[in-house]
Structures are given as structure tokens and as C-alpha cells.
Design a binder for this molecule. Structure first.
Ligand SMILES: Nc1ncnc2c1ncn2[C@@H]1O[C@H](COP(=O)(O)OP(=O)(O)OP(=O)(O)O)[C@@H](O)[C@H]1O
Length: 611
């Protein structure tokens, strides 16, 4: 799926920091943060090696400059400064070039880390266990892929650049200062050490504030997605102000957390600034006093330059550490998504044999069978309680029952969005657990009332499951679903863009697009959740005829609320509280089942449209 370490690696128990209601995440404090950074960049060791070598070369050239400067100052008394000046200019230019190349390599690596992370996140998000989607908001999940990874990118690229180059230059400066003047080095180190103490005490606060900022941004995205996804409802209930206020509270939370981060970061910067100025003052005062006594002016210049080479890179190291803490706050949210459970892996067994045309295959094995299936979305709240029925390889089979009886749940289990808690689902006589999910899903097509039309052209939507479909096949299903007229009406025919969620189509048109998409795959089992609910009388009559034709070639399982649909079914299963309580044709059930009669009388089964 991905090369992202976290997507593949099994988390170790000691790495887990589980808060109630939160998925486990590795600990990212102190050294843990640096270890995480190294782990995130583990696939880029070579680039880091080259960039480090370049940085090292650049730093060496930078460190040599004060020595040359000292010589120039000392040699100026004798007037021989041409060659030292040329050398200094050469060092300047070479340092600039190596620095630029090294920096570019590290920045590109940062982009690479985020690319891998995003691939991993997207692949994982599309394969989560279905229950996980119910527990997380779409907008928040999207913001983890977009906003959070961007913050992590800054930490991995920019901070790593500062950390590597700053640490190397500081080390070199310390060595040379120790050689030049150990006493001044001790004074500079004491000032910088005090700043380091302050910075360290602020780090956990910065990480927590950054995490709060990112969470608030995620909640803001989720609330905005909620409002934009239900705009007609928002408008018709004049709720724009309420929604704006609601989303506004998230904006305020993000602002408050951002300001807290800024406050801590500013405090940290001041500590670092003070250390820089304090060091310079110390060097100037003590160094100046000593120049008067013995040492050369050139040595004081060199020492001042080394002090700046130590303190300025160290301040960027401190800033980088702050940035890494922010990155870790964001990475925690990325890692929480990666820790969500995916669909359990399918067994690597042989797939179902290729399906044959319906009349030939009319054998003993049903296209689909449920045997004593029990299923619950939440523990202790069973939805299916011993559901048993079978769907022959040809003909229309209908599921009928009151709202909440478990009809859609049967479809979800058939599509293997969930696995039953007990009992067996059989595809063509073979238990589902023996088959791969792909094998089961490739046989079925599903049209439910919410089957989406996605942003793209009419053609894209119809051929979604088969992007390379033959145009004549597409024409065939468009005729069957009564879409030809719609395509003629659209400005660019089948290549017209349908807008977000098919917003430019009517409900009935969307339903017919979904049906055409399903028919194109020539499924063995067609699952239809009240496929005529949005259709007018003419379209419903046409679709009922199409369904009769299709049912002659494959198994059709319908969830039916309309009398017309039910009357057409070859077999009806009447569901109540998660089990089948009666079966037969419409007339047989009217005869035999008082509960079914009551349902029909109460017009829960609605009157047919004229056929
Ligand atoms: N994702 C879910 N998480 C938790 N509970 C769910 C979920 N989906 C459905 N349920 C619950 O399961 C029960 C059965 O729902 P299901 O959608 O299967 O009923 P249905 O017979 O299709 O109803 P309708 O005719 O109204 O569509 C309902 O009580 C519902 O609240």
C-alpha cells in the first residue's frame, strides 16, 4: 500500500500512549520526538548523508573565514591583503553554493516524506473498517491529510535543515573557540545554557498548544463540510448565521490555541535573543579588556565571529526544536488515523469460478444465502437475530419490512462492509469467509437510495466500475436506464460535467445514473434499495420492465417499499426485528401473514404508480 513506516509497522506496546476514546499513538516527548523524526525520514538516509556532507563542507568553509579575516586584519598593518581577500571571497562563494544545494536536498526530502505520508494516509483512509467512519468526521479526516501533514512537512524539512546545519556549525565553533580562548567559551556556553534551560521548559507546552490548534482546525473543517454538504437545509431554515457562529467558535479555538503557541514561541525567541546579545556583550567586554593587555585585535575579531557562529546557529537549533514540537503535535493526529483499524485482510483463497449465464447455472446453489446470521453495530444491540433466506440465481427477490427491520444491514453484510457476529453468508454456495472480499464484491452491484453521483462527467459516472468499457455497452445500459434523452439534453452529451454530488441532476436522474453504472458491470447479483423511489410514473414503469428483463439473466435482490415493486417480485421475505417471519409471493403473504397484511393495509407498502 505505502512506503510510510507507520502504515506498515506493527506498533509496539511500549510506544503506545492511549488516552480514553483515542486511538493509541506513539509517545513523542523529548528524545521521542527526535527519534520519530529520524524514523519518518528513514527512507531518505542517502539524501540526508549527501546533504549533511555538503552542509559539513559549507560549515568548514564558513568556520575558516574568521581565521582568514583575522589574518587580513593582522596583515593589514603590513599591506599584504590581496591573496587573503581572494581566498575569503572564494570561501564565501563556495559556502553559498554548497549551502544552497544541501538545503535544496533536505527540502526535497521533506516533500518526499510528506508525499509518502499522504499516500499512506489516503490509502488507509479508503480502506478503514466501516465502523471507523461512523466515529470520525469526514472534514476532520480530510484536514489530517491536508493541514496536519503540511505542519509535519515544515518540521521534517525546515527544522531538520536548521538542526543539522546548526548543530554542525555550533560544534565546529565550540572546538575552535576552545582552541582560541577557553575562558571566553565557558562564558558564552553559560549564557547559551541558561537559554537552553528556558527553551526546554517550554517545549511540551508548545507541542500541546500546536496539537490543540490542529484539532481546532480539524473541527472547523468538519463543521464547514457539514454545512456545505447540507446547504439547501441551511438556507431553507435560515441557519446561515447559526452555522457561521458554530464554525466561528472553532475559528476562535484555533485562534486561541495559535496565540498560545505564538506566546510560548515568542518567549522562547526572546530567551534565545538574550543569549545571543549576552554572549556578544561578554565577549566584547572581557575580550576588549584582554586585548588591551596582551592578545591581538585579530584574535578578538575571530573570537567575536566564532561567538556569532556558535550563538546564531544554536538559536536556529532551538527554533528547530520548537518547530519539531509543533510538527509532533500535528503528527500525533496523522498517527491517530494510521492507527485506526482497516478492513480485516481477506484469506488468500481461490476466487469464485467465473459466473455463467443465469439459465445454465440454475443449479442447487443460490446466488446468495444467509444462514442464521446475527449482527450488531454495537455490542448488546443486535440488529439481525438469526436471519435466514436465499436468493435464487434468477428472478426478483424482495425484502420487505418496517423501518429498522434490518433490510439495509442485509445489503451491508452482502457487500461485506461488515462481517456477521454469528451465522454464515454464502455466495453461490461458498461461505463468505473462504472468499476474498474482492471476489464477492466483483459479483455484485449495489444501487441504494443514496448511491452517489460523483464530480465528473456522465460518462465517468456510468463507467466508474469499468473505466475501459466498450461505448456500445455504455449505450446499452443508458438505454436500459432511460438516460439517452438526458444525455441528448446536456450541453456536452455524455461528456458533460455533473457537478459536486451530481448537483445538476434531479433525484430520479441520479438514481438512473446509479442504475446504469450497476448494470454495466453485468453483476451476478444486483442489490437494489428501493430503486424507484425518486422516479416518476413513466420511468418507474420502464424500470420495472428493465428489472424483469435483468432478473431473467441474474439474481435481483430488492428492498421494497412500493406495492408495485413487491407485486413484481418472484419471492418476498418479510422481515421483522432482524429475522424473516414470513415468505412467499405478495398474494400468498396477504393470505398467510397478518403482519404483512397489516403492513400492506397501513399503506406502508405504497400504492403502485400506473404501469
Ligand atoms: N452504521 C450504523 N451504526 C449503528 N446503528 C446502525 C447503523 N446502521 C443502521 N443502524 C441501526 O440498525 C437498525 C437497522 O437498520 P437498517 O438500516 O438495516 O434498517 P432498514 O430495515 O433498512 O430500515 P429502513 O427501511 O428505514 O431503511 C436500525 O435500528 C438502525 O438505527
Amino acid at each position: 500500500m505505502t512506503g510510510h513506516p507507520s502504515a506498515d509497522a506493527e506498533p509496539r506496546p511500549q510506544d503506545r500512549d492511549t488516552a480514553p476514546g483515542e486511538p493509541a499513538t506513539p509517545q513523542r516527548c523529548g528524545r521521542g520526538a527526535l527519534a520519530t523524526m529520524l524514523w519518518l525520514t528513514s527512507g531518505h538516509r542517502r539524501v540526508i548523508g549527501v546533504a549533511t556532507a555538503l552542509t559539513l563542507a559549507g560549515s568548514a568553509m564558513g568556520l575558516a573565514q574568521p581565521l582568514v579575516a583575522r589574518d587580513i586584519v593582522d596583515a593589514a598593518r603590513h599591506g599584504r591583503i590581496l591573496w587573503p581577500l581572494v581566498l575569503l571571497a572564494g570561501l564565501f562563494a563556495a559556502e553559498a553554493v554548497t549551502g544552497a544545494v544541501g538545503r535544496f536536498l533536505l527540502e526535497r526530502m521533506g516533500e518526499g516524506v510528506i508525499r509518502t505520508m499522504r499516500h499512506g494516509l489516503i490509502g488507509h483512509l479508503l480502506r478503514l473498517d466501516m465502523r471507523a467512519y461512523g466515529r470520525h468526521r469526514t472534514g476532520d479526516l480530510i484536514s489530517r491529510v491536508t493541514a496536519d501533514t503540511t505542519v509535519v512537512r515544515e518540521a521534517t524539512a525546515q527544522a531538520l535543515v536548521d538542526l543539522v546545519s546548526g548543530a554542525l556549525v555550533s560544534l565546529g565553533a565550540v572546538a575552535l573557540m576552545a582552541w582560541l580562548d577557553p575562558l571566553l567559551l565557558v562564558l558564552v556556553a553559560a549564557t547559551v545554557g541558561a537559554a537552553a534551560l528556558i527553551v526546554t521548559s517550554l517545549l511540551s507546552g508548545i507541542r500541546a498548544a500546536a496539537e490543540r490548534t490542529q484539532s481546532a482546525v480539524g473541527e472547523m473543517a468538519a463543521d464547514l463540510e457539514r454545512a456545505l454538504g447540507a446547504l439547501p437545509m441551511v438556507r431553507v431554515h435560515c441557519a446561515e448565521d447559526r452555522e457561521a457562529a458554530r464554525i466561528g467558535t472553532r475559528v476562535e479555538s484555533a485562534y486561541a490555541a495559535g496565540v498560545r503557541t505564538a506566546r510560548l514561541a515568542a518567549f522562547m525567541s526572546s530567551a534565545v535573543e538574550l543569549a545571543v546579545q549576552g554572549s556578544f556583550l561578554l565577549v566584547l567586554v572581557i575580550g576588549g579588556m584582554r586585548v588591551g593587555s596582551a592578545d591581538s585585535l585579530g584574535e578578538l575579531v575571530a573570537f567575536l565571529l566564532y561567538a556569532s557562529y556558535l550563538v546564531i546557529p544554536l538559536s536556529s537549533v532551538f527554533r528547530a526544536i520548537g518547530l519539531i514540537q509543533r510538527g509532533m503535535g500535528a503528527y500525533k493526529r496523522v498517527d491517530q488515523v494510521l492507527a485506526l483499524p482497516g478492513e480485516s485482510p481477506s484469506p488468500a483463497r481461490a476466487p469464485l469460478p467465473a459466473s455463467r449465464p443465469c439459465p445454465v447455472t440454475a443449479g442447487p446453489a443460490a446466488a446468495l444465502a444467509f444462514r442464521e446470521v446475527h449482527s450488531a453495530y454495537r455490542t448488546g444491540r443486535p440488529v439481525l437475530r438469526g436471519m435466514s433466506f436465499s436468493v435464487p440465481r434468477c428472478g426478483q427477490t424482495a425484502l420487505v419490512g418496517r423501518s429498522g427491520a434490518g433490510k439495509t444491514t442485509v445489503f451491508s453484510l452482502t457487500a461485506r462492509f461488515y462481517e456477521p457476529d454469528a451465522g454464515t453468508v454464502l455466495f453461490e454456495g461458498r461461505p463468505a469467509p473462504e472468499l476474498t472480499r474482492r471476489a464477492c464484491r466483483s459479483r455484485i452491484a449495489l444501487v441504494d437510495q443514496n448511491t452517489p453521483v460523483v464530480h465528473g462527467t456522465l460518462w465517468d459516472n456510468i463507467t466508474y466500475a469499468m473505466p475501459d468499457a466498450d461505448p456500445s455497452e455504455v449505450e446499452r445500459v443508458m438505454r436500459m436506464a432511460n438516460l439517452t434523452e438526458l444525455a441528448d439534453r446536456l450541453p456536452d452529451g455524455v461528456h458533460s460535467v455533473l457537478g459536486e454530488r451530481g448537483a445538476t441532476l434531479s433525484g430520479g436522474e441520479r438514481q438512473r445514473v446509479a442504475l446504469a453504472r450497476a448494470l454495466l458491470t453485468r453483476p451476478t447479483l444486483l442489490l437494489l434499495d428501493e430503486p424507484t423511489s425518486h422516479l416518476d410514473a413513466l420511468n418507474e414503469a420502464a424500470l420495472n420492465k428493465v428489472m424483469r428483463d435483468i432478473a431473467a439473466r441474474c439474481a435481483v435482490l430488492l428492498i421494497a417499499h412500493r406495492l408495485s415493486t413487491v407485486q413484481n417480485a418472484d419471492r418476498i421475505y418479510f422481515l421483522d426485528a432482524g429475522r424473516v417471519i414470513a415468505e412467499g409471493t405478495h398474494d400468498e403473504l396477504l393470505d398467510r401473514s397478518p403482519a404483512y397484511r397489516e403492513l400492506a393495509d397501513a399503506q406502508v407498502l405504497r400504492a403502485p404508480c400506473s404501469d
